[in-house]
Design a protein around this ligand. Structure first.
Ligand SMILES: *Cc1c(COP(=O)(O)O)cnc(C)c1O
Length: 413
């Protein structure tokens, strides 16, 4: 059985590398998977989707696995696209949607990338995987490695959120805290890969996590009935998801599945605690701008140097979007506001997107009458350090009912 992958393409110099063999990077830059899109156009159809399960594998003609039956899966369900009228009114946006990725296995959209990358690693005969992580990637990799029966090593900075540390351990990974930043953890993973033959699953150091995250773009197109929204606000760390969605839209266009040629404005959203891409966008340069001591509650956005920064910035510019950074001091407020107004368990990374929507709307960067999508990339419940609030006490023998009826423990206003 053979899928439609034709080759891998180097983003370093455009050269072609063979697929169906273990590949990492070329000239230090990421590889992109290329398909025989003419053959996909002849073979695949939107109508055929109707008979397929509501999971990310339903788009398998545009995915790299040769035999989808061999996938490593924990049930990567299609995620809901939730209209948010109350939050939209507060932001001055008429049709605001949140695509809720917190429903995926391990509670974040890292599952899409890792399900695909681990499936491909298995197809290629890999038995040991490893990655650095400062958040959800390590737990997702550990879970899929366990599912595939592979060995897994995860190295993380000491300030990685507690739940992310624990999930890696509970899924059986050899997990360690390192007294250094994520890039230093990455260097140790590469050293281990050289010595022990681990396969390096770091962001964009293998070509298939992008292919898994492309399914966000496919789902969005299908959920909007093959007319894409006007603007997408995406919380950007390594940028895999943004690069992937832009690639997904190009592929859908090439096989004739989009009913309108208009593509969304892509907004790359960071926090003011780590605004590497927002600065690059402002300065008109192609690579992220280094910032001293990057810090943010949104652990998924604390990426000091993204390997694919030039790909992110190129997509944002080509789309007529912007790279923005939300005020770090307000992340917790945005998170609370969305969570209490709409009942969606919003992660701090998505809260950064809301700050950017607010800024972009005031600055007139997009049309507030058109559909706008914000990605909720992870589950609020994983961020116990951020959530921590003291609940008021109730004395069961002398209940102060006025207090019970007046107090809302988590309200900000
Ligand atoms: C990893 C992560 C991000 C950033 O994703 P990239 O595709 O690497 O930019 C955003 N939000 C959450 C919750 C994450 O875990």
């Amino acid at each position: 059985m053979r899928g439609f992958v034709s080759h891998l393409e180097s983003t370093f110099d455009g050269s072609t590398l063979p697929a169906r063999t273990v590949q990492t990077v070329h000239g230090g830059k990421p590889l992109l998977v290329r398909y025989d899109l003419e053959a996909v156009r002849r073979t695949a159809s939107r109508a055929a989707l109707r008979d397929r399960a509501a999971e990310m594998w339903r788009y398998h003609e545009l995915l790299p696995l040769d035999d989808v039956a061999q996938r490593v899966t924990l049930g990567e369900t299609m995620t809901p696209l939730l209209p948010c009228p109350r939050l939209g009114r507060e932001l001055g946006v008429n049709q605001l949607y949140i695509k809720d990725e917190s429903r995926l296995p391990t509670g974040s959209f890292k599952a899409r990338g890792m399900a695909m990358a681990v499936s491909m690693a298995k197809q290629l005969g890999v038995t040991e995987v490893a990655a650095p992580t400062a958040g959800n990637a390590g737990g997702a990799l550990a879970a899929y490695a366990a599912r595939a029966g592979m060995g897994c090593t995860v190295l993380m900075p000491e300030d990685t959120p507690r739940v992310n540390q624990l999930e890696a351990v509970w899924h059986g990974a050899r997990a360690f805290l390192v007294d250094g930043l994520i890039d230093e953890c990455g260097a140790l993973v590469r050293a281990g890969a050289e010595q022990f033959g681990w396969f390096d699953m770091s962001t964009l150091r293998e070509p298939y996590r992008i292919e898994g995250k492309k399914t966000m773009g496919f789902e969005l197109a299908e959920q909007f009935d093959w007319q894409l929204p006007a603007a997408i606000f995406y919380p950007t760390g390594g940028g895999t998801g943004l690069i992937a969605m832009w690639k997904a839209f190009a592929e859908l266009g090439a096989i004739g599945w989009l009913d309108s040629p208009r593509l969304p404005q892509m907004f790359s959203c960071q926090s003011s605690g780590c605004p590497t891409l927002a600065l690059a966008f402002e300065q008109g340069v192609d690579h992220g701008v280094a910032v001293p001591a990057p810090h943010t509650l949104a652990s998924g956005l604390r990426v000091p140097k993204a390997l694919g920064d030039f790909l992110i910035l190129a997509a944002v510019r080509a789309s007529g979007g912007h790279a923005l950074a939300a005020d770090e001091e307000r992340l917790r407020d945005w998170m609370r506001r969305a969570t209490e107004l709409e009942g969606i368990a919003l992660c701090p990374e998505a809260a950064a997107c809301l700050g950017c929507v607010d800024h972009a709307r005031r600055a007139g960067m997009f049309d507030p009458e058109q559909p706008v999508v914000v990605f909720n990339t992870g589950a609020m419940q994983k961020y116990v350090e951020v959530l921590d609030v003291e609940l008021p006490r109730l004395d069961k023998r002398a209940v102060d009912w006025d207090a019970v009826r007046g107090v809302r423990a988590t309200r900000s206003n």
